[in-house]
Ligand binder design. Structure first.
Ligand code: UDP
Length: 339
């Protein structure tokens, strides 16, 4: 298959590109480089030994997307990963988040439909589930649009839009992948997560403390109703997540489908920090702080549908993710900027 990867130079995009190329598919990356660097695409080529074109441009611009089809098409499928994703920032810049995260879908879908794509895979989030009574979340669990931040709302809005588009395009496959918490890095250490500024998410923050660019880990609350009092999340290794995109594409049937991509195993903040300390080989400075506004005590999925229907199951655990994240961070202490 020939695949247009929008947001292809980002964290999930680069790993998905590697997985696609390793499975014998072809990929073209479209990325505006607002959250990553061009060198990320070169690293994909280095890992796979396959050239992978990078088009630098805005996936929300029909003319840009048409240009990619003109120069690099035809494509069988689009995987749409081009989004702003900083939850905290989204509450400060709602217009930017709604506009970017929806306009990209509109442009990619308009051009993709006109050019005859067969499949459209969309990167969504497990934060669309809204009722903790449903844990572990299945694809049938209650979703809401009334979520705690514009980032999550923009993802749920996309899902609604895409389901309507799928309904009137019965030959098209539209697959929604609801990610839980992506972590880890490719075992080569050549690609990984490279957040700008001070990271909001736990593993990149812990990793920056380990590399010495941040002072100490702040644990956001240890008085939750969880086994050790800290928050529980479903951390999925980005290599497993990437593989999920490949199988979703390979097995895509016409129609609308939704899959959770997670491990199904909840891991606490304390457990993640301990696992990371093991990877680094020393204890890391940490302090317990108050709860972060908007956080839930626990979120994790039931990934059985993806196993049943796609034959996909996460293979890697939190220790693998910490080892691989640390390998990437310690060999690229300044991310791609230092390359
Ligand atoms: N967390 C923390 N310190 C940090 C960042 C996150 O204790 O510096 C906690 C957070 O409260 C949550 C878990 O780690 O329980 C995962 O947070 P993250 O932001 O990575 O993911 P999300 O909350 O969006 O699922």
């Amino acid at each position: 298959m020939r695949v247009l990867l929008a947001g292809g130079a980002g964290y999930v995009g680069t790993h998905t590109a590697v997985a696609l190329l390793n499975a014998g598919h072809e990929a073209v990356l479209l990325d505006d480089l607002s959250g990553t660097h061009a060198v990320a695409a070169e690293r994909v080529a280095q890992i796979t030994g396959t050239s992978v074109p990078l088009v630098v441009g805005d996936a929300a611009d029909d003319a840009v997307v048409s240009g990619v089809f003109d120069d690099h098409g035809p494509f069988d499928a689009i995987i749409h990963l081009a989004a702003f994703k900083a939850v905290g920032e989204s509450t400060q810049k709602p217009l930017d988040y709604y506009s970017n995260n929806l306009d990209t879908t509109y442009a990619l879908m308009r051009v993709g439909l006109a050019r005859g794509i067969r499949s459209f895979v969309f990167s969504s989030t497990g934060t669309v589930y809204s009722d903790p009574a449903d844990l572990p979340f299945t694809e049938e669990s209650t979703t809401s649009i009334d979520l705690s931040n514009p980032y999550s709302k923009s993802k749920r809005m996309n899902e609604v839009v895409l389901e309507d588009i799928a309904r009137v395009n019965p030959d098209l496959n539209v697959t929604i992948l609801r990610y839980f918490n992506p972590v880890g890095a490719h075992p080569s250490g050549l690609i990984g997560e490279d957040p700008a500024g001070i990271p909001n998410n736990l593993m990149p923050f812990v990793s920056r403390v380990a590399v010495g660019s941040l002072e100490q880990i702040g644990i956001f609350g240890d008085d939750y109703d969880t086994p050790d009092g800290t928050g529980l999340r479903d951390y999925i290794h980005v290599v497993d997540l990437a593989e999920g995109h490949v199988v979703a594409l390979e097995q895509a049937q016409p129609g609308f489908a939704v899959f959770n991509l997670g491990t199904g195993t909840p891991v606490s903040v304390h457990e993640l920090v301990t696992s990371f300390e093991k990877a680094v080989g020393r204890e890391l400075p940490k302090v317990v702080l108050g709860r972060r506004p908007g956080d839930v005590a626990a979120t994790y999925c039931d990934p059985a549908k993806a196993e049943r229907e796609l034959g996909w199951k996460a293979q890697l655990g939190i220790d693998d993710a910490c080892r691989d994240y640390w390998n990437w961070q310690s060999t690229n202490p300044n991310g791609y900027a230092g390359a």
